[in-house]
Design a protein around this ligand. Structure first.
Ligand code: AMP
Length: 391
């Protein structure tokens, strides 16, 4: 068995955003030291690390410096430059490896890997041309969804096609998005059947260097404007569906030989089928509830997995609703804090600019769903209709 990486060691984090910040907060409590690499000085993770290297993610010299001062390296985003990943693996210890990054960086590769792991994905067709797209629409039917194969997030690089006439408008936009991003020349886009889901779910699963696997409880996720708005725990689904979702995530993590965390996003259909939509090989926004409502947080579990410590059994300790705080919510939220119910746990990421739609923090609101939502409504920060969640 490979040795464990003990507290006192230095963990290098590629990426200085909120995910790195929360990993560092969990790790400092355990006695690890942290170095972050990020281009923005005083980044969210840099603020809680021993040191930040201020440089572009693709800067090879900076990556070499990170390697030189870290005992183990992890990343907090998946679009890691392949040359940087190779250098870090050569010059330091990256237990997560780079194979999974390569898979999840491209939607078509990711879907193929999922299918090979025995997971169902929505029917899809790789698209290289307008001709391919028209053929895909005939195969999949409408509505369907066109997505860039890499680089898309929070609804960017994504178009719903409701009718074949939409192609005239959407194709030029998609081509432009492909041109402005370095897309894989082979299969720059993918068309997917639109899944009429009843719920969006996610399961975060950890697999350690020694091969231990533990999944977190299933989160029910509600998006607004393509950005995660609420995660509801426990998810309002039958118990056997929750068990199936957890087993599916564990199976994918085993088959892909994941080390660290893997977030598995799924669609649940009214007939009870689970389609995997997307994977993220890192801590995930839908797992932020674990900090306050679980026997172990996703951030500690991630460190345990990459440092080869025994994994904790992840169990929900209380019902909870996680609410994302975006730039436009910051000012009213700060105003509301003077009178805020203490069951609302506030997490803010220390970002300097509260731009609209930018993720600035989140709230973990402890307690049964209706009570938690009522407490959030009281704050007057979110439009009340966004806090009424029908089954
Ligand atoms: P993604 O970038 O793939 O995570 O998609 C963002 C969001 O778009 C998902 O969380 C869904 O709400 C919606 N979406 C994406 N793909 C589909 C699909 N094939 N069918 C229905 N909704 C989808």
């Amino acid at each position: 068995m490979r040795d464990v990486v003990l507290p006192g060691s230095t963990v290098g984090i590629l990426g200085g955003g909120q995910l790195g910040r929360m990993v560092a907060i969990a790790g400092r409590r355990m006695g690890y030291r942290f170095v972050t690499l990020d281009p923005t000085p005083d980044s969210p993770a840099g603020q809680v690390s021993d040191r930040q290297i201020v440089a572009a993610y693709s800067d090879l010299d900076a990556a070499r410096e990170l390697a030189a001062c870290s005992d183990v390296i992890t990343y907090e985003f998946e679009n890691v430059d392949a040359r940087v990943a190779a250098l870090l693996e050569q010059e330091s210890y990256v237990p997560q490896g780079s194979r999974l990054l390569h898979t999840t960086q491209h939607r078509v590769r990711e879907k193929q890997a999922l299918q090979a792991s025995g997971a169902e994905v929505a029917p899809y067709v790789p698209v290289r041309s307008r001709f391919d797209l028209e053929a895909a629409i005939r195969t999949l039917g409408c509505p369907c969804v066109l997505k860039t194969s890499n680089g898309g997030y929070d609804g960017k690089g994504q178009w719903i096609i409701r009718d074949k006439e939409d192609v005239d408008k959407i194709w030029p936009e998609a081509k432009e998005a492909v041109a402005s991003h370095e897309q894989d020349a082979d299969e720059p886009l993918v068309a997917e059947k639109f899944v009429a889901f009843s719920k969006e779910l996610s399961v975060i699963v950890a697999r350690s260097v020694r091969g231990e696997v533990q999944s977190f409880p299933v989160a029910e996720n509600i998006h607004r404007g393509h950005i995660l708005h609420l995660s509801i725990l426990p998810a309002r689904i039958p118990q056997d569906t929750a068990r199936r979702a957890q087993r599916l995530a564990e199976q994918v993590a085993e088959r892909l030989q994941v080390v660290g965390l893997l977030a598995v996003e799924m669609f649940l259909t009214p007939e009870g089928r689970l389609y995997v939509n997307e994977l993220a090989p890192r801590p995930h926004n839908s797992g932020h509830y674990t900090d306050d409502a679980c026997t172990v947080s996703q951030f500690e579990q991630h460190l345990r997995a990459v440092c080869n410590l025994p994994l904790a059994h992840a169990k929900l300790t209380t019902p909870v609703v996680m609410v994302n705080v975006l730039g436009e919510h910051m000012a009213p939220l700060l105003q509301a804090m003077a009178h805020m119910d203490a069951r609302i746990k506030v997490h803010l990421y220390g970002k300097h600019e509260a731009k609209s739609k930018r993720k600035m923090g989140h709230l973990n609101v402890l307690g049964p769903l209706e009570e938690a939502l009522a407490a959030v409504r009281e704050l007057g920060v979110w439009p009340p209709e966004s806090l009424s969640v029908s089954e």
